[in-house]
Design a protein around this ligand. Structure first.
Ligand code: NIG
Ligand code: FE
Length: 386
């Protein structure tokens, strides 16, 4: 099966060897051929090629599909009341997580699956062609397994987050909970999940606890990621670099030394402006990360507590408006940056051989993603079959 997309006004490939020679790999008046789910040709619109199907982009911009490398999609219930108190000045401290755990534990598999599918559909409609999905709202053995199974029915990028917080029933004995996470829970998770994550911050897990959990996860064959520095400059970034985590996520507060460590590592900084928006926290300066030479990804962090956001264009717009990133930097971070955060080279670009995951915009230039916030900027989402 081949699809030839013609009349592309502005094509962003994220491949510097294509087009204008910049990291955005940009061409104008372009066309692209997808065959058997892969990019097989990129070039000038004047070239006529045979295909099974033709799409006329009518001068619109085309970009690689968004890679949302950080979501907590599998949950039940909502916490808009907490959002309202935060807008009135209350600080977010992670305290509401157990409300979602209670609602999620109480839900049937059918309901949980249905609600997850609605959010996955919203993400896809916003142009997301790859989404990472975490567990973390059951925090018991059977429940975490159920969340991972549901996540795996929507994505190959599944993350075990048993170490989200210590659940109520274990607060008097957190060691016993950590033993459960690195024991039975991890043992169940390792055949379903690709990644393990830990919330390493005040009120969640300490750096030493996170190191133990990540070490056990690595031993079990999982790749590593970390939630860190959402509440302050702790040691999470240094730990993520030490453990060669694929990414350290949030990074709302970072020191110059954190940036230096990140710049000389393979760990991506995943910034989540939906969380700053929804918690009224200060936005981190994306500019500071980029100027320090750090690889930056942007993701939604979709969850009911800190970022009930299912729109990558909104995330791009926030990064441009509030985090001093250019439109191109934000677009790159939301596509190729997300792919780097998942250590994937087959997505996030439209290089020859990459997956044919792309978005045709309702706009002549990709800049409209930030220029028309809240607008209907996504026209067609093409996603190669997995
Ligand atoms: O990434 N910070 C930790 N976990 C989520 C929020 C969880 C919640 O409040 O439900 C996050 O922001
Ligand atoms: Fe998160």
């Amino acid at each position: 099966m081949s699809i030839f997309i013609r009349n592309i006004g502005e094509l962003t490939t994220n491949d510097p060897s294509i087009g204008d020679g910049t990291v955005m790999g940009r061409l104008h008046n372009a066309a692209i051929m997808i065959s058997e789910g892969r990019v097989v040709w990129v070039g000038n619109n004047d070239t006529e090629l045979e295909a099974d199907e033709y799409i006329d982009a009518e001068g619109a911009a085309v970009i690689p599909g968004f890679v949302d490398s950080h979501t907590h999609l599998v949950f039940c219930g909502e916490r808009s009341d907490e959002f309202e108190t935060r807008m009135a000045g209350k600080r977010y401290d992670g305290g509401g997580i157990m409300r979602t755990v209670d609602a999620t534990r109480a839900a049937s598999r059918e309901v949980l699956n249905h609600e997850t599918s609605l959010r996955a559909e919203e993400l896809r409609a916003s142009g997301v062609t790859t989404m990472e999905i975490k567990s973390g709202y059951a925090l018991n053995v059977q429940g975490e397994q159920r969340l991972l199974e549901i996540a795996a029915s929507f994505s190959d990028e599944v993350t075990f987050l048993g170490a989200h917080v210590v659940p109520q029933e274990f607060v008097v004995n957190r060691e016993a909970y950590i033993a459960l996470v690195i024991g039975e829970m991890l043992n169940n998770a390792k055949s379903i999940a690709k990644w393990a994550d830990v919330f390493c911050d005040n009120g969640a897990f300490s750096v030493d606890e996170a190191r133990r959990i990540l070490s056990a996860a690595r031993e079990a064959g999982l790749g590593l990621r970390l939630h860190g520095n959402q509440f302050g400059e702790g040691g999470a970034v240094a730990l993520a670099v030490e453990m060669d985590c694929a990414s350290v996520d949030h990074c709302t507060y970072v020191s110059d030394n954190d940036l230096k460590l990140l710049a000389s590592s393979n760990t991506v900084a995943t910034l989540l402006p939906g969380a700053e928006f929804s918690t009224k926290s200060p936005y981190p300066s994306g500019r500071r990360f980029l100027d320090a030479g750090v690889t930056v990804a942007l993701a939604t962090d979709c969850n009911p507590g800190t970022s009930y956001v299912t729109s990558m264009p909104l995330v791009v717009a926030l990064a441009v408006r509030e985090m001093n990133m250019t439109v191109d930097e934000a677009l790159w971070a939301a596509t190729a940056g997300g792919a780097a955060a998942l250590r994937r080279s087959d997505i996030g670009t439209l290089s020859l051989g990459a997956r044919g995951d792309l978005v045709i915009l309702n706009a002549p230039r990709a800049a409209h993603l930030a220029y028309r916030p809240g607008g209907n900027v996504v026209r067609t989402v093409l996603r190669s079959a997995r």
